[in-house]
Ligand binder design. Structure first.
Ligand code: GRF
Length: 189
C-alpha cells in the first residue's frame, strides 16, 4: 500500500473528496490528516470520515523537527497539501524530494505567492478581468507556489461572474481532478 499524508488548514472539502476517492483503493491509502488549525472544519470532517487527524501549532512545525520526525515514522509515499497555509520548512522539503505536492486555486505562475490563498486569489483574478482561471497541482519547494507544475486545468469565466461564482468553478475543478492527479503521481503516470 502506498501511503498519503494530507495537510490542511481550513474547511477540508478537498480532504473529504480525496479520502472518499481513495476509500477501498487497492494500492493507495490515507494515513492521516495533519492540521495547524485547532478549530479547522477539516477536523470535523475527519471525525465523520473516521480518518485520524492531528493538530500541531506553528512552533511545533517551524521551530522544531517534530512534524518531520512524525512523517519519518509514517514514511509517506506522498504528502499532499490540500488547503494548507503555512510555508513548508526547508528541512521537510529536503527530506521528501518530489514527494510533496500542493493544489493552488489559479493558473500559476499567475496569482501565486505569499498571501495568495482562498478568496484573495479569486478576487485578484476578477479584478484583472481574466477570461479564464483554474487549478494548478505542483511540487512543493522552499518558495510559495513555485515548484514544478504537474498538471493544470482551466475554466472559463466572464466579467459578470462574482468572486463566489469563480470560487465555485474552481472548486468544481478541484473536486473532479485533484484525486486523479494524486493517483497519477503515485502510479508514476
Ligand atoms: C482550495 O481552493 C485549494 O485549492 C486551496 O485552498 C482551498 C482549500 O479548500 N489551496 P478546502 O479546505 O479543501 O475546502
Amino acid at each position: 500500500m502506498k501511503r498519503i499524508v494530507l495537510f490542511a488548514s481550513g474547511s477540508g472539502s478537498n480532504v473529504e473528496n480525496i479520502v472518499k476517492y481513495f476509500a477501498g483503493h487497492s494500492d493507495i491509502s490515507i494515513s492521516c490528516v495533519l492540521t495547524n488549525k485547532r478549530d479547522a472544519y477539516v477536523i470535523d470532517r475527519c471525525n465523520k470520515l473516521g480518518v485520524p487527524a492531528f493538530y500541531f501549532n506553528k512552533a511545533g512545525f517551524t521551530n522544531s523537527p517534530l512534524v518531520l520526525e512524525i512523517l519519518k515514522c509514517i514514511q509517506p509515499d506522498l504528502i499532499v497539501l490540500a488547503g494548507f497555509l503555512l510555508k513548508i520548512p526547508s528541512d521537510l522539503v529536503a527530506a521528501f524530494p518530489r514527494k510533496i505536492i500542493n493544489i493552488h486555486p489559479a493558473l500559476l505562475p499567475k496569482y501565486g505567492g505569499k498571501g495568495m490563498y482562498g478568496k484573495h486569489v479569486h478576487t485578484a483574478v476578477k479584478a484583472q478581468g481574466e477570461s479564464e482561471t483554474g487549478i494548478t497541482v505542483h511540487y512543493v519547494n522552499e518558495h510559495y507556489d513555485e515548484g514544478a507544475i504537474i498538471r493544470q486545468f482551466k475554466v472559463g469565466i466572464s466579467k459578470e461572474d462574482t468572486v463566489d461564482q469563480i470560487t465555485a468553478k474552481v472548486q468544481s475543478l478541484e473536486q473532479i481532478h485533484f484525486p486523479k492527479v494524486i493517483e497519477e503521481v503515485l502510479s508514476g503516470k
